[in-house]
Design a protein around this ligand. Sequence first.
Ligand code: URA
Length: 316
Amino acid sequence: MRQALQALTDELRRLKNAGVKNVAVSAESVAALRHAMELHGCLADAGTGAASSASAEASPPIRPMAPPPKAYEPPVLRAPEPVVPKVATPALPAQPPPFSLPTGDKAARWAALREIVLNDPICRAQVRPGKKVVLGVGTLDAKIMFVGEAPGAEEEIQGEPFVGAAGQLLTKMIQAMGVKREEVYIGNIMNWRPQLPVAHGGEQVGNRPPTEAEMRYCLPYLRAQIEVVNPDLLVALGATAAQGLLGFGAFKTLGEVRGRWHEFSGKPLMVTYHPSYILRNQSNRSKRMIWEDLLKVMERAGLPISARQQGYFLDK
Ligand code: URA
């Protein structure tokens, strides 16, 4: 029964991630669920609610003894785990057609790559009319390359990664490191916004994480950007980016891999939280966790670190 309930909650979560707002449930299913919850002691009072059964009325519910009061424990912060949705996405080729970049300077190579990606028919087919395929931005001499998940609503309009709310926070994080946004390179695993069904007005509401097949298709374009820019190190932002770079099944929880050095495409790779995690958890404790990861990045990149920077977000 526990497994069935787990499967049900997983399915509801999947539907929610896929943008489904309402689910129709029959009266029989509601009654069966209520019965299961009563059996597992999930309902505070088995006698309340319209679906309480005759047997529950006949025999009063057995209440477990109240546990002894516990010493206060601070809440454990949990970043969202990678969720790969099982949504109906169009079948994609395993990878883009083979491509090669011209020899020459970085600018010429990057411009050629941009032409290839923006005109890739598979990428173009994933974006809705008027929306853009998105390639990374920044200086081609960047020492640090940030890698996010996928463009969102604002990004697919402007054709630039990280320009929405999470992007504005990322810009602040970069500035806190003593660096300007224009001095780094910012890319994404994905070159398009993963599609969800559109709302009545024709606009997609919300985002979903990309599927494994979608990430696989776009990864060669990220590798090519890394090859052209040749940064000293990479920073993966969030569980999905980490999953794309470290490989599927490489970890179960972001906590296993964040704050540590890994490798991708021959470059040192730091994994940290996505800025949107901080948008949802504004505590200094959350900010400090991401900041400690960025201090490691600064150290490895040879950036100066002042005593003030060392102490950011230490206040509880
Ligand atoms: N989140 C991402 O991961 N990438 C973007 O470009 C914007 C938001």
